[in-house]
Design a protein around this ligand. Structure first.
Ligand code: AHG
Ligand code: MN
Ligand code: MN
Ligand code: MN
Length: 333
């Protein structure tokens, strides 16, 4: 059987009319190569001394793990010189990262969550990298924060890599979602999951139940009904999963269905939720929608939100259509 590698897939996409330009292809290849390097570090774990705390904090108010910092640095370094980017932004950096003067500048902006689920690194549970690609506004040569503040509908590409039992890259350019498995023997990503589709119905949900007392009424109602099982209004039993790595939850949902929720939290009314719109909400919403699922903040499509700041938070409800539509309807009632 002849395999379609990521490189071949991208070249073929590029050849299709109206599809990806060479600069975007190069950018995705570079991100994929970087994710291979991160995958290598993650899988070496304690053998290469990358586990544990970095001893620093980030703009999100989180203690950084060594691998948060390593993954961020590797992504910055690999994507600086290629000529396809005008600037980058990351969950781990307060301000956008300019492309150094010695390199040519390109027409795209790259945003990433270098290591998602980093509380899981030290306990050997799946983590990932999430990325989003935007076009740099025309005529802008020194992008500032304002140039990144585009709604998710404008994304030209998004993807994630999950570093689990297998390392997989899942990618969209806005015409479907395709999954590639890293073949560690020859170092290439191979198309193993073409045209991934989120099942419309599900009996599985994911939410951090320990926050239950802080949820808003519609979320409370929705989850109560799931828990009521066969004798409740839903008339069926639901199962629950919570990995605490969004990448792993989204991957599970694309493969076998489910709903993932990180609602807003009454403890801090100024915050819309925990997850970050630009590094987590938008890229995952783009992927989920492209796979036939739905992604809202309880009130509207995540992709329609006009961001007001780079590190904006967002409530997230995503996954199987039937469930996300129901919990979104409860918010409107
Ligand atoms: P990150 O590691 O990039 O900061 O993101 C962690 C996120 C997300 O991956 C996960 O769904 C959620 O935080 C878990 O939050 P709790 O620890 O509150 O369950
Ligand atoms: Mn973090
Ligand atoms: Mn994250
Ligand atoms: Mn992270």
């Amino acid at each position: 059987m002849s395999h379609t590698t990521l490189s071949r897939f991208l070249i073929e996409q590029q050849r299709k009319q109206g599809s990806i330009p060479p600069e975007l292809r190069f950018l995705i290849e570079t991100i994929a190569r970087t994710c291979k390097a991160i995958s290598h570090s993650v899988h070496k774990g304690a053998l290469s001394g990358v586990l544990g705390e970095a001893g620093t904090g980030n703009v999100q108010g989180e203690a950084q793990k060594k691998l948060d910092v390593i993954a961020n640095d590797v992504l910055l370094e690999a994507n600086e010189w290629g000529g396809s980017l005008a600037a980058m932004a990351s969950e781990e950096m307060e301000l956008p990262h300019a492309i150094p003067g010695e390199y040519p500048k390109g027409e795209y902006l790259l945003l990433f969550d270098p290591l998602d689920g980093s509380s899981n690194i030290d306990v050997n549970i799946s983590v990932g990298t999430i990325f989003s690609v935007l076009r740099c506004p025309e005529g802008v040569t020194q992008p500032t924060e304002a140039d990144f503040l585009q709604p998710g509908t404008t994304q030209v590409a998004a993807g994630y890599t999950v570093y689990g039992p297998q390392t997989m890259l899942v990618l969209t350019f806005g015409n479907g979602v395709h999954g590639f498995t890293l073949d560690r023997e020859n170092g290439s990503f191979v198309l193993t999951h073409p045209d991934m589709r989120v099942p419309e119905a599900t009996k599985e949900f994911a939410i951090n139940m320990s926050n239950m007392r802080h949820w808003e009424a519609p979320v409370q109602r929705y989850v109560d009904e799931l828990l009521a099982g066969t004798t409740g209004p839903r008339g069926k039993d639901f199962n629950m999963r919570w990995v605490a790595s969004m990448v792993a939850e989204v991957h599970r949902i694309i493969i076998r269905g489910g709903i993932f929720m990180y609602p807003k939290d009454a403890r801090d009314p100024s915050k819309a939720g925990k997850l970050r719109l630009m590094y987590e909400g938008n890229p995952m919403a783009f992927i989920i929608e492209q796979a036939g699922g739905v992604a809202t903040n309880g009130h509207q499509r995540i992709l329609d939100i006009q961001p007001a700041k780079l590190h904006e938070r967002v409530a997230v409800f995503l996954g199987s259509k039937e469930e996300v539509e129901l919990v979104t309807r409860y918010h409107a009632e």
